[in-house]
Design a protein around this ligand. Structure first.
Ligand code: ZN
Ligand code: ZN
Length: 422
């Protein structure tokens, strides 16, 4: 993703997929200048000079996809081991993860713990190919919480454990109202776009049952307060109705996973205008992969099965309550290749149109970039996909490794082009 390209592009003759209305529109052309879409207009006969024209006859033009829950630095499925890898190895292993995301059509991601401003900036400068990153820095976890990968029997020090500061750590351990305030300020000073917290037990961590809540309400309120002061928001990892309800009551804006939610709690989220970011594919993929299971403990595998089975019902509860859902994949280690499979799961349960909205317009709302990302409109960033197929009828044209994407434009730069020369 190069800073701002000095190019003008016209895309014409294709069908334009309006992801908000779920319609395919004919007879329009999209004019791109630099990193932005300048106009979406009725196709004209006269073409301006110095413009690269792409003829999209028979193809579908749509906004680039957005994944609201990834860990681009999680190259190992065991997050405890991931955290202890040397920093340089973590970064080199992230590079193919990032470029593969872009190849699948994910032009933007929100990183839910691990990636920092420097990595986001490296992509923005064009140093490495990858999606535009909204980084959270280190997620905040209480002692014994989902971000605490110390085993039982390890000495717990009041000093931060050294692994928290390694590049491969997705979280840092911090307790107490004053300390969490400071941690939020540090993450924001370091360039986090939003703050991630662990508000309930998790699957991949060793000592925290799923049913536990994490952080006191006073701590969560302090975190939300500091994020709000910096004009940003808090995203919370939470599985159970109890954990979700208290996170929402304390002002958290997006609930991550939410697998064990019930209908009442889903309505409570809706009443508070809170977004959900389910990540069902991550559980389905590990359940299908003996290799991934071999890297996980028996405790982790038992937790995984519990949330996997409930996760499909959660998507239905959330949809019935009218909670807006962003796209999340949350894949780790070898599983990153299944990132686009969440589209298939969403389409099966909620329909193709809803699956597409989750990864475009709804995701853009979550990122507070409505009208700038996830849409084809004047003033939006020129993040566009040309698809061989119609995703409204056949979601499989977006599932896989981007095989059916014939053109990918990110920030106005052509990053993949399989179209025949005009
Ligand atoms: Zn999580
Ligand atoms: Zn996650």
């Amino acid at each position: 993703m190069n800073s701002i390209p000095n190019t003008r592009i016209i895309l014409r003759n294709g069908k334009l997929l309006d992801v908000e209305s779920g319609e395919l529109l004919d007879g329009l052309e999209v004019f791109i200048q630099g990193d932005r879409i300048v106009s979406v207009r009725l196709q004209t006969e006269s073409l301006p000079a110095d413009v690269k024209v792409y003829d999209l006859a028979g193809l579908t033009l749509m906004p680039g996809l957005i994944d609201c829950h990834v860990h681009v630095l999680a190259s190992h499925a065991n997050l405890g081991i991931n955290a202890t890898q040397p920093n340089a190895i973590v970064m080199y292993r992230a590079m193919p993860i990032l470029s593969a995301m872009l190849a699948r059509g994910f032009t933007t991601v929100r990183d839910a713990g691990g990636a920092d401003w420097a990595l986001a900036r490296s992509v923005a400068l064009g140093l490495i190919p990858g999606p535009r990153i909204f980084a959270s820095g280190k997620a905040l976890s209480q002692t014994g919480g989902h971000g605490d990968f110390r085993a039982r029997g390890e000495v717990l020090s009041s000093e931060p454990c050294s692994c928290c500061f390694r590049a491969g750590a997705i979280a840092r351990v911090v307790d107490g109202v004053d300390n969490v305030r400071r941690a939020v300020r540090e993450e924001i000073q370091q360039g986090a776009s939003q703050i991630k917290i662990m508000a309930s037990g998790g699957v991949a961590s060793p000592t925290d049952p799923i049913a536990n809540t994490q952080y006191s309400e006073a701590e969560i309120r302090a975190i939300v307060d500091e994020a709000a002061a910096a004009n940003t928001y808090v995203m919370a990892h939470a599985y159970t109705p109890r954990a979700i309800r208290r996170a929402v009551a304390c002002g958290v804006r997006t609930i991550e996973h939410g697998n064990l939610i019930d209908a009442d709690t889903a309505r409570y989220m809706r009443e508070h205008g809170v977004f959900a970011v389910p990540t069902q594919v991550t559980y389905e993929v590990i359940a299908d992969s003996p290799a991934a299971q071999a890297q996980l403990s028996s405790e982790t595998l038992a937790k995984l099965e519990e949330v996997r089975l409930a996760g499909r019902a959660a998507l239905v509860h959330l949809a019935e309550a009218g909670v807006e859902m962003g796209y999340g994949s949350d894949l780790l280690g070898e599983s990153h290749e299944y990132q686009a499979h969440e589209l298939k799961i969403r389409a099966e349960l909620l329909g193709n149109h809803e699956a597409l909205r989750s990864a475009t317009t709804t995701a853009a709302k979550i990122l507070q970039h409505e009208g700038k990302l996830g849409c084809i409109a004047p003033g939006a960033f020129a993040d566009l996909l040309v698809v061989d197929g119609n995703p409204l009828e056949d979601i499989s044209c977006l599932v896989g490794q981007g095989e059916r994407l014939v053109l990918i434009i990110q920030n106005g730069c052509v990053v993949k082009d399989l179209l025949p020369a005009a």
